[in-house]
Design a binder for this molecule. Sequence first.
Ligand code: SAM
Length: 173
Amino acid sequence: MIAVLRFGHRIDRDKRITTHVALVARAFGADKIIITTKYEKIKENITSICKKFGGNFQIETGVDPKKIIKQWKGTIVHLTMYGDELEKSLSKIDKTDDLLIIVGAEKVPPYFYESANFNISVGNQPHSEVAALAIFLDRYFKGKWLTKQFKGKIEIIPSNKGKKVISEKGKSD
Ligand code: SAM
């Protein structure tokens, strides 16, 4: 199980970015996103994308992050520009363990830094939780997420020109 814990989503500011964090988590091979703020709309959006494009991605919102962290049996990674080097840290992570990846929005309290087994930076410049998560997962899976089969009702066929889409008749909405 690879889960992403999205901490500190602000309803007024972070709607699109939290949606993108969830989409990247799903597309790049995570199994679940846990959003600490209660947020039904995003749950509906992501569930609808999963119905169309396949996979078993799960989404939970309105969850106490401390409870998740306390109960987590596997490894905990916190992505932060203050963290240790990506490649060095990746080599220390046991890939047979469940993995919880924490990404912030607003300022992340010290509790998360202290609870993580690994505070990891994706470069030491401030950028984005979407970029940090994508690069982390890409390196974690060594690019293998690209060939993951989602077996959705809709499948996109790579194409240089135009849109090639296979849609199972009567199933897609
Ligand atoms: N001060 C923050 C930090 O600790 O990285 C930057 C805030 S940024 C708007 C929101 C989130 O993006 C952070 O909580 C972190 O998860 C992620 N992030 C931004 N830059 C990062 C970097 N260089 N490496 C890893 N994660 C980063």
